[in-house]
Design a binder for this molecule. Structure first.
Ligand code: PMP
Ligand code: GLN
Length: 400
């Protein structure tokens, strides 16, 4: 009986790597959070709301001004026509929005398509809700699905598909053609898409984020999830948005009320202000991040690392074998953090089965000095990895 209370879920790779980084005082290019403290004006609004605002339970679905601001933002930025009252619910981060969606909508035995590599909360939550994850394995360097892949994944039992776009950890922003294709399959199979679009504002030159909800036939069959944490680089705030047609929102709100019920009202007030005054931030933040991406990419390439392209998110990926690292990603990541003082994320941790073990994810939303030191330490880790490989090679057995 006592055994039953011990979870068999692993500690997430983000906590594991950040924990090691804290303990060993390593540079942390693992878990995705910026060095920058986030927009001052928004933090001042939050502080003011704590001191002078309302600090009791706000309405279950969110404070009205934030729901209005979310609807207005998505109208402006993505051409969506959401009704604030019936189609927007505020949650405690995108993670709670995902949990509420799975708990509200999945019935035991429903098939839920998920694309690997995946955000690590999806599969445990889907299983807990009684769903059967149907894993679709995507691979570097493009990490994209196509018609044959979708033909193989969708069946008559497919009730849901979870789409993360822009894609963490891949750094891909899916083009219109891929989204159209997925929409076609959702319509054909009467499937609801749960769209984790938390990185929607973190998109670089040349790439455009399009919400799946905007595609033909998808307005009524999408749950769109956003996160103020990602929009404003305030990852600890955990203020998320659930947007869907009224019939879906009705169920989602019922699940949300028994998960967290509400989200801190002071943070909601500050995010509402932020969304209405965000023009400069949304213009400048991606430019600054792109500069950091390029600085890290250039530094790594100078050291002979092979870097995959990143069109969005805080992340870029290293191709380890092409960078001269022979050991698998997890072994190299552990060596890098314990012996060279730099934390990263081995992408294999974001596969549920048949992991790709050759890719290391690095977070570039950091100060220049941190990025430069990170490059140096990764190069050291590669030297150590090579030396270790030479030591275990068997001695030459040539007979004379
Ligand atoms: N989905 C994805 C793809 C993410 O990358 C993250 C956080 N990095 C989340 C969900 C969780 O967002 P939140 O912190 O708002 O819960
Ligand atoms: N999504 C963040 C990342 O990819 C981590 C979130 C978390 O720690 N759960 O780094």
């Amino acid at each position: 009986m006592a055994d039953a209370i011990f979870s068999n879920l692993p500690t997430t790779i983000f906590e594991e790597m950040s924990g090691l980084a804290r303990r060993l005082q390593a540079i942390n290019l693992g878990q995705g959070f910026p060095d920058d403290p986030g927009p001052l004006a928004i933090r001042e609004k939050a502080a003011d709301a704590v001191l002078n605002g309302y600090n009791q339970y706000p309405p279950m679905a969110g404070v009205p001004e934030l729901r209005e601001a979310v609807a207005a933002h998505y109208a402006r930025a993505q051409g969506l026509d959401l009704d604030a009252l019936t189609e927007v619910v505020i949650t405690s981060g995108a993670t709670e929005a995902l949990a509420a969606s799975f708990l509200a909508l999945i019935e035991p035995g429903d098939e839920v398509i998920v694309f690997q590599p995946l955000y690590d909360a999806y599969v445990p939550l889907i299983r807990r809700a009684g769903g059967i994850p149907k894993l679709v394995r995507l691979q570097p360097p493009h990490w994209r699905f196509d018609r044959p892949i979708l033909e193989a994944a969708f069946t008559d039992r497919t009730r849901f598909v979870v789409l993360n776009n822009p894609v963490n950890p891949a750094g891909v922003v899916l083009p219109e053609a891929d989204l159209s294709l997925l929409a076609e399959f959702c319509v054909r199979h009467d499937t609801v898409a749960i769209c984790d679009e938390v990185w929607e504002q973190v998109v670089f030159e040349g790439a455009v984020h399009r919400p799946l909800m905007g595609f033909p036939g998808m307005r009524e069959r999408c749950v769109k999830i956003g996160s103020a944490g990602k929009m404003f680089g305030l990852t600890g705030w955990k203020v998320g948005f659930l947007c869907a047609a009224p019939a879906l929102v009705h169920s989602l709100a019922r699940a949300h009320q028994f998960l967290t019920f509400t989200t801190p009202p002071n943070l909601q007030a500050a995010v509402a202000w932020g969304l209405l005054n965000s023009e400069a931030w949304f213009r400048e933040m991606p430019v600054a991040l792109q500069r950091s991406r390029d600085r890290l990419t250039d530094g790594l390439r100078r050291e002979g690392f092979a870097v995959l392209p990143s069109q969005g998110t805080y992340f870029l990926n290293l191709d380890l074998p092409a960078s001269g690292v022979e050991e698998p990603d997890r072994a190299f990541a552990l060596r890098a953090v314990t012996k060279a003082g730099v934390a990263s994320i081995p992408v294999s941790a974001l596969y549920e089965e048949a992991p790709v073990t050759t890719i290391l994810r690095l977070c570039f939303s950091k100060r220049d000095e941190t990025l430069d030191a990170g490059v140096e330490r990764l190069a050291r880790a590669r030297d150590l990895s090579r030396k270790a490989a030479q030591q275990v090679e068997p001695p030459s057995t040539t007979r004379v």
